[in-house]
Design a protein around this ligand. Structure first.
Ligand SMILES: C[C@H]1O[C@@H](n2cnc3c(N)ncnc32)[C@H](O)[C@@H]1O
Ligand SMILES: [Zn+2]
Length: 434
């Protein structure tokens, strides 16, 4: 695979975009021309042979390095799962683990057509190194969890400041920092206020879990007299830079609040079904209220993969099933959630196949079973295909996968396997020492 140098041009020949066969010319990481007669000399030519071209997908909520926990704890209720399985194991994570786990997540995302992700986890400097090497875009937040303890809060503030400074110091325009107050049940109002103020000062995003379960909402109301969105808002955490994950248990007033503030709700249908949160994000209410709606996979412990094609299908089906409406969330709108809306939520310019847009381009195998016949490429992308139909991925003009080859795949799989084994060994040793 030839590495494109800065300023070099690239031509993708003969792809299907919106029912037309076109060429796409890429210059300086942007789409310079798109159309039947787009062409000219190019340093690199990719033969599309009729492949279906889509904008690169944006995964707006994940914990990338949780790929290492894939299959570690399934079939449990959320609070029990977090407190008895996930958090005890995460206590033994190292930066090296997060590096390999994030590399594996990037590999999985690239293979399934995702070009950018919104991550909340730990050791984010190591996550940034992984993203940098893989050539993707990401917004990275340290998961701020103070458990209502002042000493812990001071630690989390320092960790957040350090992470944001390190990410900004990379000066990689594809990698952004954000603050990541985990949720209202794990972060004190003082912690939330600090996160809001710091994100405003730094002009960076806020990534938070919101109203995932009924229990979260009930306990918040009992404790504070406010529902979670109102509490977050009072602490300054709801604004156009906010991506709130899950948003399952919002009522219409909560949706109006998110809409009025210009915040984004990230729908995570697979995780929600697996953890049986018993309600689907009110897509129609949010949309009517003018809130942004986007899509995410959540981490691999609750999904258990990072395939945004599967997520699109589950989103469309869950909305229809839960809200009892066959016409709710049609394919075009799901694709918009996974592309243009996701890019807007993360403050990146992308998610559109148009002249001038960032060249985030995904090609799907035209001859795959899931694309046969090809009556409607968008319908096939949402309802028929999964990520394995993706053959080629460009992120800001950089080729991350061509004809299903991602450079360094074997090494990533080996490194991640070793990291997962070592993590479990360390945790087991710590248990016997107790
Ligand atoms: C950043 C933190 O969020 C946790 N985490 C992972 N999945 C979920 C979920 N569905 N709800 C809440 N927290 C979650 C991670 O395990 C990590 O501890
Ligand atoms: Zn999550």
């Amino acid at each position: 695979m030839k590495e494109i140098q800065q300023g070099e041009s690239l031509l993708i020949r003969d792809v299907e975009v919106g029912r037309a066969r076109v060429n796409i010319r890429v210059e300086g990481g942007r789409i310079a021309a798109i159309g039947a007669d787009a062409g000219g000399e190019a340093a690199v030519v990719i033969e599309g042979r009729g492949a279906v071209a889509l904008p690169g997908l944006y995964n707006t909520h994940t914990h990338a390095a949780m790929t290492l926990l894939r299959g570690y704890a399934d079939d449990m209720p959320l609070q029990d799962w977090l407190s008895t399985k996930i958090w005890p194991l995460e206590a033994h994570l190292t930066g090296e683990d997060v590096y390999w786990g994030t590399k594996l997540a990037c590999l999985e995302m690239i293979r399934s057509g995702t070009v950018a992700f919104n991550d909340m986890y730990f050791f984010m400097e190591d996550a940034a190194r992984a993203v940098d090497e893989m050539g993707m875009k990401a917004q990275l937040a340290y998961g701020f969890i103070d458990l209502f303890d002042e000493e812990k809060r001071e630690k989390e503030i320092k960790a957040t400041e350090k992470t944001v400074a390190a990410i900004k110091n990379r000066r990689n325009p594809r990698i952004r920092a954000a603050v990541g107050p985990h949720a209202v049940y794990t972060v004190s109002p003082e912690g939330l206020r600090w996160c809001a103020e710091f994100s405003r000062q730094q002009n960076i995003g806020i990534h938070v879990h919101l109203s995932e379960t009924d229990q979260e909402v009930k306990e918040c109301v009992e404790k504070t007299g406010m529902r979670p969105p109102a509490l977050l808002d009072k602490c300054g955490c709801i604004n156009p830079r906010t991506v709130a994950a899950h948003c399952c248990w919002l009522d219409t007033a909560d949706c109006t609040l998110l809409g009025d503030r210009g915040a984004y709700a990230s729908h995570n249908p697979t995780s929600n079904m697996k953890l049986a949160v018993h309600r689907a994000m009110p897509y129609a209410w949010l949309k009517d209220a003018g809130a942004g709606v986007c899509l995410g996979t959540d981490g691999c412990a609750s999904n258990n993969n990072q395939d945004m094609f599967e997520e699109m299908k589950f989103a469309a089906l869950l909305q229809k099933f839960f809200w009892n409406s066959q016409t709710l969330l049609p394919a075009e709108q799901v694709l918009a959630m996974a592309t243009a809306n996701g890019a807007a939520a993360m403050g990146f310019d992308g998610g559109r196949l148009e002249k001038g847009a960032a060249a985030d381009i995904v090609l799907l195998d035209r001859n795959a079973i899931c694309n046969t016949p090809l009556h409607n490429p968008v319908s096939n992308a949402v309802y028929s295909c999964n990520g394995s139909a993706v053959t080629t991925v460009l992120c800001q003009g950089r080729v991350l996968m061509q004809d299903r080859v991602v450079p360094g795949e074997e090494e990533i799989l080996e490194g991640a396997r070793a990291a997962a084994t070592n993590l479990l060994t360390r945790a087991a040793e710590a248990r016997t020492e107790e």
